[in-house]
Design a protein. Sequence first.
Length: 94
Amino acid sequence: MNIRLTTSKFNVTPDVTERVNQKLGKLEKFFPADAQANVHIVEQKNNVKVEITIFNHGLIFRAEVADKDYLCALDEAEDRMLRQIRKNFQYRFQ
């Protein structure tokens, strides 16, 4: 899976990049190598918003979460994305 990380008003450190790759690495087993994942992190007044979008052969999975800490927002977005993927694959292959 190709992961593209973009930010707005947020400082990207190697730790942030590593954490994003680690979290989305859990989702790689559901997608082929040519799937595209976009992660956008925006720092707002009191929150950090994390948006994850995965494109795969016409399917689009998207999760958006705002929280005070980017780690909590990233965890919640990953959980929401995992729920969507499991639900979609469950219906497609029954």
